[in-house]
Write a protein that binds this ligand. Structure first.
Ligand code: DGJ
Length: 311
């Protein structure tokens, strides 16, 4: 059988089962009871450049978090808005004028709640907090609980990881994007604990995505260049908290040095094909963010080395 991931490579607009473009940027996927749930940023409307910044601070209205579901990873049904934004309430974390990015959802078997974490920010990206929301249903609606700086540390690009033993971890760019942190969450996944480590010190890494294969943990990150593509890099560890050993760029072939013009958001294990993964990247269109597309590529592990090709 042809590996599912090999049939997914695109880079064009991904359409849902209604024929509409999937609006789920900076995505994360949760597999629950035979269904894949895709969550992402809803980007809609005009893109503008925030004045007075010395980097490419392009912004678009924060449209909340979308949810799509699929059983075959090819047909995605729009399940509506999982987390609604607030309109005309600039003091609110979910106001459309804020930044709501990189949502990730995991299920807590003890509390029976679906828990979403996301990056919440303001125009200049200095608010740098993790937002938390919960729901009784995978598709939502999610109830927003508020935001936090874990251990008083900045949080920007982030991902969540639930390990086989039920412990969950938040992995995020911190210290003004200079250093990443891995922080263990409380048993209900709603709060950071004081157990955290600093990794890739002063390496300026963003867009973490993590997965486990044969007892080893793999963490892929991008460099830090706004919306413009750069080289990915990956690291390997025996535990989520590290130590992490850096292994270099997993991308191979033409344009590997710019991650095939994408930026990673998530690595999805294909449940029906153990050992096979999809590297899910965003193809940012920085001057028209709503038009950003996706690049989903097969990711292989060859003798312990991660390899991503753009066939
Ligand atoms: C790169 C990050 O990975 C994106 O999620 C977004 O925050 C942009 N920077 C903003 O420039």
């Amino acid at each position: 059988m042809k590996p599912i991931a090999d049939t997914l490579a695109n880079g064009s607009i991904l359409l849902d089962t209604d024929g509409k473009p999937v609006n789920a940027h900076g995505p994360g996927v949760m597999y629950h009871q035979g269904v894949y749930y895709l969550f992402g940023e809803i980007k809609k409307g005009k893109t503008w450049l925030v004045p007075g910044q010395n980097w490419e601070d392009y912004r678009v209205s924060a449209g909340g978090i979308s949810c799509y579901s699929s059983t075959d990873l090819k047909h995605w049904k729009n399940r509506g808005i999982a987390l609604k934004p607030e309109v005309g309430d600039p003091g609110n974390d979910l106001d459309t004028g804020r930044v709501i990015e990189r949502p990730k959802v995991i299920y807590n078997a003890r509390t029976k709640k679906f828990v979403m974490w996301m990056h919440i920010d303001k125009n200049d990206y200095n608010y740098s907090r993790g937002g938390i929301a919960i729901s009784d249903n995978p598709v939502g609606p999610y109830q927003y609980l508020g935001s936090i700086r874990p251990n008083n540390q900045m949080l920007r690009d982030m991902t969540l990881y639930k390990d086989d033993d039920g412990k969950a971890y938040l992995i995020y760019s911190s210290e003004d994007n200079n250093t990443m942190h891995v922080c263990q969450l409380s048993d209900d996944y709603l709060k950071p604990t004081t157990t955290y480590v600093r990794i890739f010190e002063n390496k300026r890494r963003e867009s973490p995505s993590i997965f486990k294969n044969k007892g080893k943990y793999y963490l892929i990150t991008s460099g830090c260049s706004g919306w413009s593509p750069n080289a990915a890099s990956y690291a390997v560890a025996d535990h989520v908290m590290g130590p992490w050993k850096e292994e270099g760029n997993p991308c191979k072939g033409a344009n590997a040095e710019v991650t095939f013009f994408s930026q990673g958001a998530f690595v999805l294990p294909i449940v029906s094909q153990p050992g096979k993964y999809i590297f899910m990247g965003d193809l940012w269109n920085k001057t028209d963010l709503e038009k950003s597309a996706y690049l989903w590529l097969p990711l292989r592990i060859n003798d312990g080395k991660v390899e991503i090709y753009n066939p």
